[in-house]
Design a protein around this ligand. Sequence first.
Ligand SMILES: [Zn+2]
Length: 253
Amino acid sequence: MSADPSVAFPSYVEDGALNEPRLQSLADFVITTLSLEPDPENARSHFLLLLSSSWAGAFPKKPNNQETKPSESKEHKKRKPADNNIVQNMNDKRMRMVVSYTGDQRGNDIRVEDVVRPKNKRWAEHGGEEAKSWRRQSRAGCPTYGSCQQCMRSGPVGMFCNACNKPESQPGYVVLVNGDKILDSITLANILNQGHEIAKADRYFTPFMVNEESFGNTNMLLAASRVYGNIREPEIKERLILEARHSFYDMME
Ligand SMILES: [Zn+2]
């Protein structure tokens, strides 16, 4: 080991060109590329496509659109049971997710008026007035629908994705957050045309069903590259991936 500081801290680290989120992105790109493109030549071009798309600089920097910092992701990792009374009540009787559930709704799809989602169909502020009001409709106090982190389909929070068939590690629908924004999973699924699973009216609620994961520009890029991974024409693939990233950027405005 050398004590020379210029060796210990190369200039590209010092000037921030390579920081922890970017190294994480690079690692994600490598994993995604290897899983999508076993052929070395295709893998090389796919990796370079992801890299150039990621660092294209096509988007102005805004604080809310940055990749979530490690400290933030820890904060949002798990949603705490929001109300101790609810946990206490669960010991007495199981509770329905929909607050206004009545017996005649048994077996039906959730009523439109009982669906919780951000009013602007893009996002709602974490801990804001709108998000606080959700508890009047849903015992979970979060959007009715979350996202499958594998395929980006939207579906009832806490349930397994019905489009991803992975017996050993089936992904579930989770609430996605970007900084202090709770994202609308239905809109995310629409951007990537991945479909939607409708919730049932008579679902039971347990706090353990509701998990949050951070989701930023890099996640959207990776999701789009998985969705469009089978497209052989590089120009079409790149256009679709960048369009998805543009739509996500508009969604975060
Ligand atoms: Zn899925």
